[in-house]
Design a protein around this ligand. Structure first.
Ligand code: GLU
Length: 552
């Protein structure tokens, strides 16, 4: 046994071989060109909108190519972790209907043949690969303490070394004798496992990023840490082992990882793994003071996916909006396929923006309004019930009493050629329908300036004498027009504009007074529909109450 062999046995006495892993996780049986993608968050309990963006792109790319997407939890950095930080992330995906084919499905649950999908359950796999690296002389134990590492850094600063880090002559533990390694390991001295980098820092190499094209960088030269003192891998090493054995084809991740690609490529090569395709996704940005910056978890509430769930933005709209940011050709596709499911869009990594897409809440609102305007009353009703049950139970108790009534309320100006586009989120519905629920209704008889209380009372008296709840819309409006002349108004708005001094006002003023009496609002959707839903008794009562208020 040579020294590398001996060292490998000493460090990892109880693990199998990389060949066994290759057999345990065979190549996937997928059609030619199928992409295998993953989303790999740390279990922070927090799903960032940028994470949803990246995950959505990964899922779509896999789906579009008849491949596989999965969710892997990267819990090797204990500092970033919170207790059960998985559920919040899964809930975020569930709320938006993003489904992975494999991977973690909940706290301690997962599906798929390429797991475990939580890194802390994969120690044996990392140690097996690490053992092979040691056997091949490509990794070694390093006993340097934090103080030793700081001392090396200080020395490098003093000497003005251009290249800093743990490498070459600075790497004190790189060439320890086997006897010394053995003695120190046996005496229980803590150590990390480092890569024995083959790079010198002088050569450059390039790789083809799927989004950005060719990127040229200096090769890796540092002896990066692969396993920490507790045997837990670093992100770099875990990513190489996992993406290889989970048979990923495209590593889709944030572009902050581009700087680490030289190390990753060296790791793949050292481990004997095939190099994968990298898809580095630019972050989601926000306009700030005329500039652009990353959406920040700390500063921007909308950075959290849960914000959109709590506000009640329709999931379809958020995804629809994200797609406009993700792929430049999405809007053309949408115009050509107005009713298709988002998941049928032929997503393409190559059409992703290289610079960060700007997340604009106002544009999102417009998309939300559009999406909601196309939904039928039953769909809106189901969504608002589901949302309010969790986020506004008081409202839920009111509207859930009679879902048929709720649907008729929500059907006002819906399903027409020009549907109403006034609602951007479920949380706005309460206010927009409050005059249709006694429990939410509050009277406000404030009139436009050109109409006095006396005048309003007269109009309402006149209306009560002609009001018939059975009238269809045309008859209803005809009656309002007919009220004009006897009261000194004109049914013709143009005529009024030509000759304002000849009239007290026009038909619009008359209907405004009726509208205010019935709804306490100046603007509402179709008043005839509102009155039909309220019914004769309530309409009459509200008009009488308004007359009382005006004649007090
Ligand atoms: N766990 C890494 C992170 O949260 C993911 C990087 C990757 O997708 O490879 O940033």
């Amino acid at each position: 046994m040579d020294n590398n062999q001996k060292l490998a046995e000493l460090l990892f006495p109880n693990v199998g071989t990389v060949e066994e892993l290759e057999q345990r996780f065979p190549q996937r049986d997928l059609p030619e060109g199928a992409k295998v993608t993953r989303f790999a968050p740390s279990p922070t309990g927090f799903l960032h909108i940028g994470g949803l963006f990246t995950a959505f792109a990964s899922v779509l790319a896999a789906k579009e190519s008849k491949g596989v997407s999965f969710l892997r939890i990267e819990d090797t950095d204990k500092k970033r972790e919170i207790e059960d930080g998985v559920t919040g992330i899964i809930e975020g995906f569930n709320a938006f209907g993003i489904e992975f084919n494999e991977g973690v499905t909940g706290f301690n649950t997962e599906k798929g043949e390429y797991g475990p999908y939580v890194q802390s359950h994969r120690a044996e796999i990392y140690h097996t690969v690490a053992k092979q690296l040691v056997q091949n002389g490509l990794a070694y134990p390093c006993f340097c303490t934090e103080e030793d590492i700081s001392a090396i850094r200080e020395k490098q600063e003093e000497e003005g070394a251009v290249i800093k880090g743990y490498f070459g002559k600075w790497a004190k533990c790189r060439d320890l004798s086997f006897e010394e390694q053995e003695r120190r390991i046996k005496s229980g001295e803590p150590y990390v496992l480092r890569l024995r980098s083959q790079g010198t820092g002088e050569k450059r190499f390039s790789f083809d990023d799927v989004v950005r094209g060719k990127i040229e960088m200096p090769e890796n030269y540092t002896d990066a840490v692969l396993l920490k003192t507790d045997g837990i891998p670093t992100y770099h090493f875990a990513h190489a082992c996992d993406d290889h054995f989970m048979r990923v084809t495209h590593v889709v991740r944030g572009d902050e990882w581009i700087a680490s690609v030289p190390l990753h490529i060296e790791l793949f090569k050292s481990c004997g793994f095939k190099i994968l395709k990298y898809v580095h996704v630019a972050p989601v940005m926000k306009e700030d003071n005329g500039g652009k910056r990353k959406l920040s978890k700390r500063k921007d509430p909308e950075a959290a996916v849960s914000f959109f769930v709590e506000e009640g933005c329709p999931k379809e709209a958020v995804l629809e909006y994200l797609l406009t940011l993700i792929n430049s050709n999405f809007e053309d596709w949408r115009r050509a396929n107005p009713d298709s499911s988002l998941f049928d869009f032929g997503f393409n990594f190559k059409k992703m923006s290289q610079s960060g897409a700007l997340f604009d809440l106002v544009k999102l609102q417009d998309v939300c309004k559009n999406v909601i305007s196309k939904m039928d009353a039953k769909t809106v009703s189901d969504y608002v019930l589901e949302w309010s049950k969790v986020y506004d139970p008081e409202f839920y108790n009111i509207i859930s009493k009679d879902t048929g009534y709720l649907q008729s309320v929500l059907s006002i100006d819906r399903g027409t050629a020009k549907p109403r586009k006034d609602i951007a989120k479920w949380s706005e519905i309460k206010d927009s329908v409050s005059y249709l629920y006694e429990e939410l209704y509050s009277e406000d008889y404030t009139l436009p300036e050109n109409i006095s209380a006396d005048e309003a009372a007269k109009i309402l008296e006149a209306y009560l004498s002609v009001y018939d709840a059975e009238d269809d819309k045309d008859t209803w409006f005809q009656k309002i027009k007919e009220m004009c002349e006897p009261l000194g108004y004109t049914p013709n708005v143009k005529e009024y504009k030509k000759n304002p001094d000849a009239y007290k006002g026009h038909v619009g003023d008359i209907s405004s007074v009726i509208r205010i009496a019935v709804t306490s609002r100046r603007n509402t959707p179709d008043l005839h529909a509102i009155m039909s839903i309220l019914g004769k008794e309530k309409v009459t009562q509200r008009i009488k109450n308004a007359i009382d208020a005006y004649t007090k």
